[in-house]
Design a protein around this ligand. Sequence first.
Ligand code: SF4
Length: 291
Amino acid sequence: MVVEIDEKSGFCFGVQNAVEIAEKALLKGEKVFSLGPIVHNDREVERLSALGLVSIDHDKFRKLRDCKVLIRAHGEPPETYIEAEKNNITIIEATCPIVKKLQSRIKETWEEIRAHQGQIVIFGKPGHAEVVGLMGQTLNEGILVSNPEDLEKIDVTKPVWLFAQTTMSIRDYDNFASLIRAGMKEKGIVDPEKLLHVSKTICGQVSNREPHLKAFAKKHDIVIFVSGRESSNGKMLYSVCRNINPETYFVSSIDEINRTWFEGKNSAGICGATSTPKWLIEKVRDFVATI
Ligand code: SF4
């Protein structure tokens, strides 16, 4: 059986950057806390915790004083920085620069339009850390939408500024924008483009992987998709592979691989999410090669 690894799979630039910042801080021998798991991948979190990185939640964060806390690639809302300053906590900034830029754009837009009845609409997953950080830029006055039913939260007779969490599917985002346009037309607005301002905020590090993974999944008899179960883009990219190749299996480690999946197969493709470390994908490849 031929076993091929997808060379484009593995950490995106933002996650790689955050992991390197953490490693650099840990090398100095200092105690470093990470606000939330640094990446949605348990194996990588375990590796970094062996080096001394301690993951904490927001409750624990509020009780900390005089220490160093790393902000992961997803970013944080402004109140986290205010809290840190109050408690003499040094922030190690590892927010992905793309997320940081999106936060600033949302904040600037919100400050500009709030007096003119404009609405900031954020297309994202409720409770996702990046979304919490984005909503925080509007003091949670933004409107969070995640499915077509949420259209009713928007007043389609007033201006709308639409943004997306960076890891959403482009197709779903475009569909939601079309729903808003249709809703505006229904209310008699002749030119919805004058009221609806759509920002292209989905990260190319995720969206560019979609067409690439489709071709990769088509090429192989079986696909092993390696990702943490919490990873938002992991779920999305897995379903992209699975739609093309029904013989696609989601695993988080080699223990979850079932040898019977490979019976009668001549080629296996191994790929993963933007939060899957390359070393884990290679470990899965090496294991599959022994089957
Ligand atoms: S997916 Fe894009 S925006 Fe998100 S962390 Fe990675 S590089 Fe940054």
